[in-house]
Design a protein around this ligand. Structure first.
Ligand SMILES: [Zn+2]
Length: 241
């Protein structure tokens, strides 16, 4: 009995058997690797959405404490991220809630308060050009319809998506400080809405059938020479170079 086993082990694999095994492994891996890639990306997307949800809670708590006002993008010498820090206690670093795990850039995405972040305000949710406290939430209109924060790929120096001065960029160099959107989650980005919910949408879905970018604030129009619609259109252009 022992001898027979020994003889069989000695025989080993034939070349054909070996080639068949290699072929099977090759076919399986070519099928599975893209699936693994998508699963990993899905996990990062979930993490990103969870981060945004926490930030959303921070925004709402802030608004409760400040008479229904959102934090200004930069006000009192600090960015809205710093204004939310007492609520989030997440810090400024790459492991904070301000970072999407699908964005590897850790150097250019730093705001003037020192926060490394890949999330930025919808610029129509802030008084532009004047350093004011943020908009009152009750001026926004339907909260569950309006985007408050979105994902950016590079450059958030002034902390909002700031699209309307920017011609369609062809490179980071032509963008200067203004940045452009990140669409990293299998063709979608995560968006935080003003009621605190987070949804993954394709860029086109942010404008049709409902335009999720516009605001309904009386005071903004006076501050802000740009049309919100134009702003949204440019943002989409920029998000889809
Ligand atoms: Zn993300």
């Amino acid at each position: 009995m022992g001898n027979r086993v020994y003889v069989q082990l000695q025989r080993g694999f034939t070349l054909i058997e070996l080639l068949v095994v290699i072929a099977i492994i090759t076919v399986l891996s070519s099928i599975l690797f893209p699936v693994f890639g998508k699963v990993r990306e899905k996990a990062r997307q979930t993490m990103c959405a969870s981060n945004q949800r926490q930030i959303g809670l921070g925004f709402l708590q802030y608004a409760q404490d400040y008479d229904d006002n959102l934090p200004g993008r930069i006000y009192g010498g600090q960015t809205f991220r710093a204004a939310l820090e007492p609520y989030l206690k997440s810090g400024k670093g790459v492991r904070s809630v301000w970072k999407c795990p699908s964005n590897a850039d850790q150097k250019s995405n730093i705001d003037v308060s020192g926060y490394i972040s890949t999330f930025t305000l919808n610029n129509t949710m802030d008084h532009f050009a004047t350093w004011k406290p943020g908009l009152p939430l009750n001026s926004v209109g339907e909260l569950s319809d309006k985007i408050l924060m979105t994902e950016i790929k590079v450059r958030i120096w002034t902390d909002y998506n700031s699209p309307w001065w920017t011609p369609t960029p062809t490179s980071v160099a032509t963008l200067g400080y203004w940045g452009y959107g990140q669409v990293a989650h299998n063709g979608r980005s995560n968006y935080l809405f003003c009621d605190g919910h987070v949804k993954a949408l394709k860029p086109t879905q942010t404008i049709t059938p409902v335009n999720h970018w516009t605001y309904a604030c009386d005071s903004v129009t006076a501050d802000d020479p740009a049309e919100p619609m134009l702003s949204a259109m440019h943002w989409l252009e920029v998000a889809n170079p």
